[in-house]
Design a protein around this ligand. Structure first.
Ligand SMILES: NC(=O)c1ccc[n+]([C@@H]2O[C@H](COP(=O)([O-])OP(=O)(O)OC[C@H]3O[C@@H](n4cnc5c(N)ncnc54)[C@H](O)[C@@H]3O)[C@@H](O)[C@H]2O)c1
Length: 254
């Protein structure tokens, strides 16, 4: 891949697997220095951070480490998220708060904690870029996932609010959201296993059924999302802020 992110420093949350791992790999291929945060201690790589996005102290430690080592942060991808497939009567207040804590508080804390370093890094010619991973479930409703859908709707609107706030204060940080459709990751594999068990998908080939729900008749890969993130992170997207980039094989276009 052309080195479209050469010289840039990035932080990706939820980077241990799935879409986050795909984005981190694509950013490295594009020439960026990439820090990856997740719940575990990682593989010993000194750019792997233990970063529970619910914890303000973890964010502050990550900010300190990146500032001291790199002196800059060009790209923040708020990707960490949790899914909850459960009908409304079975969602406890505790469940609801857990989904909001990871999916919404996590994005808020990330944007707030890194804003200063990113504003100092960006310039008119090369703006810093925050990319928040929402979902098509943040745009349209799906049954049995009210907490998840609501959290992703909040991510969509937080993104637009900050895009306008930073632009109106002349801060060189763009903020955009990505809305993936069905992407084959451990998160979706767990959901598909549950739907198959309930008899909602064909037991012999559930992934064929999942693909058939999409106009392009396929399930996406983390790389499909990662290439959108590379674009939004790059200087080629210098006039792009506040958008919702839907990558879903046509799902919400129907
Ligand atoms: N897979 C899909 O079809 C799909 C569709 C739409 C949106 N998304 C969104 O994409 C993002 C990534 O999803 P995925 O499918 O790769 O999920 P995944 O479950 O496969 O990976 C998520 C990663 O986030 C980490 N994580 C969870 N809670 C965390 C916390 N509190 N702090 C830090 N890290 C935490 C997990 O440990 C895991 O490594 C999520 O925000 C998800 O909602 C996924």
């Amino acid at each position: 891949m052309a080195r479209r992110l050469e010289g840039k420093v990035a932080l990706v949350t939820g980077a241990a697997r799935g879409i986050g791992a795909g984005i981190a790999a694509a950013f490295r291929d594009a020439g960026a220095t990439v820090y990856g945060g997740d719940l575990g201690d990682g593989d010993g790589d000194d750019r792997t951070l233990r970063l529970d996005v619910r914890q303000e102290a973890d964010w502050q430690a990550a900010e300190r480490q990146i500032r001291e080592r790199e002196g800059r942060l060009d790209i923040l991808v708020n990707n960490a998220g949790v899914e909850l497939v459960r009908p409304l009567p079975e969602i406890s207040l505790e469940d609801w708060r857990h989904v909001m804590a990871v999916n919404v508080d996590g994005v808020f804390l990330g944007c707030r904690t890194l804003q200063g370093l990113m504003a100092a890094t960006g310039s008119a010619a090369s703006t810093a870029s925050i990319i928040n991973i929402s979902s098509i479930a943040g745009i349209v409703g799906y049954p049995d996932q009210a907490a998840y859908n609501t959290s992703k709707g909040a991510v969509r609107h937080l993104t637009k609010s900050l895009a306008i706030e930073f632009a109106s204060h002349g801060q060189p940080i763009r903020v955009n959201s990505i809305h993936p459709g069905c992407i084959r990751t451990p998160m979706l594999e767990e959901a598909v296993a549950g739907w198959t068990k309930q008899g909602l998908l064909n037991r012999d080939d559930p992934w064929k059924d999942v693909g058939a729900m999409c106009p392009m008749n396929k399930v996406g890969s983390p790389r499909d999302i990662a290439m959108g993130a590379v674009y939004l992170a790059s200087d080629e997207a210098g006039f792009v802020t506040g958008i919702e980039l839907v990558i879903d094989g046509g799902w919400v276009a129907r």
